[in-house]
Design a protein around this ligand. Structure first.
Ligand SMILES: C[S@@+](CC[C@H](N)C(=O)[O-])C[C@H]1O[C@@H](n2cnc3c(N)ncnc32)[C@H](O)[C@@H]1O
Length: 277
């Protein structure tokens, strides 16, 4: 098991640029609904926000665009993504943010520094998610909230008409990520992980994207062939299963009454003041 966890941009898929594009599409797929939940869970303009595992900076970008008076500290471990995000956000002429290279496990930020923390699609890749929550609990202010967004690959993309080889793909993905120390079925465990990490007043929500609402294109872009091809190359997925998925996927799209559905799992918790704990 790797102590680095199960997401390295340079090895998780067959091509880094395409993987970055897929991350962008994955933000676009859920953004409208996701942002509404962030606000319901306590995000407000003017806040000092920590974004942990910020990757290429697409969530950072959307937050900066939507909330004109926030300040974001984006923490990311991977130098390739730190560089990409720095360039990307600079080209878009944003200010009110800083990007720091470092680990969510030991951020180095002072105690009680942030009003709000967002950790999106990161806990599922970490060998010690409770340790990460504990660190985030340390750096947010008393009364501050932390949101965590993850997958649960027991219930990932579902289609109508449905086909079995998609499940084989997700089981192969789960095996591969688990071997690297991740937990791709973490979604259902989030409330307890937050509690064990020291947060209180936990809430939990599943949000979904549906092809009839957001269109097919966003799903095509947010899936892609990069990770499945890598699973074949690494021996987790037989190539004939991937070939079948391509055929079945085309059949789904050809079907007049087709549906494509995907969920994200969100949990929020609050840091209590010392007297309240
Ligand atoms: C699936 S990507 C999600 C990126 C971004 N949050 C988003 O939603 O588009 C996971 C990110 O977590 C980062 N990451 C993984 N382990 C980390 C750690 N220990 N500390 C900080 N970031 C980490 C990865 O490098 C990657 O950028």
């Amino acid at each position: 098991m790797s102590s680095q966890g199960s997401y390295q941009i340079s090895t998780i898929a067959s091509n880094i640029d395409k993987e970055i594009n897929r991350l962008k599409a994955q933000v676009d797929l859920f953004w409208d609904k996701e942002f509404k939940r962030y606000v319901e869970f306590g995000l407000e303009d003017g806040m000092k926000i920590a974004e942990l595992g910020s990757g290429p900076g697409f969530v950072t970008e959307n937050l900066l665009k939507t909330l004109p008076n926030i300040h974001i500290t984006a923490l990311e471990i991977d130098s390739i993504l730190v560089e990409y995000a720095a360039q990307y956000l600079k080209e878009n002429q944003f200010d009110r943010y800083e990007i720091v290279q470092g680990s969510i496990m030991t951020t180095g930020f002072p105690d009680n520094s942030f009003d709000f923390a967002i950790t999106r699609l990161v806990l599922e890749h970490l060998p010690d998610p409770v340790g990460a929550v504990r660190e985030i609990c340390r750096i947010i202010k008393p009364g501050g909230k932390a949101i965590f967004v993850d997958n649960d690959f027991e219930m990932h993309i579902m289609t109508f008409p449905s086909f079995g080889s998609l499940r084989e793909l997700y089981e192969a993905y789960c095996q591969s990520r688990s071997q690297e120390g991740g937990n791709p079925k973490i979604g259902r465990e989030l409330p307890l992980i937050l509690k064990r990490g020291g947060l209180s007043n936990i809430d939990f929500e599943v949000i979904s994207a549906h092809s009839e609402v957001v269109g097919d294109e966003k799903f095509f872009k947010s899936e892609g062939i990069g990770i499945p091809s890598k699973l074949v190359r690494d021996g987790f997925l037989p190539s004939k299963v991937l070939a079948d998925i391509s055929v079945q996927w085309r059949n789904v799209v050809k079907s007049e009454d087709h549906a494509i559905l995907r969920q994200l799992y969100m949990a929020v918790g609050e840091k209590m003041s010392v007297g309240e704990v």
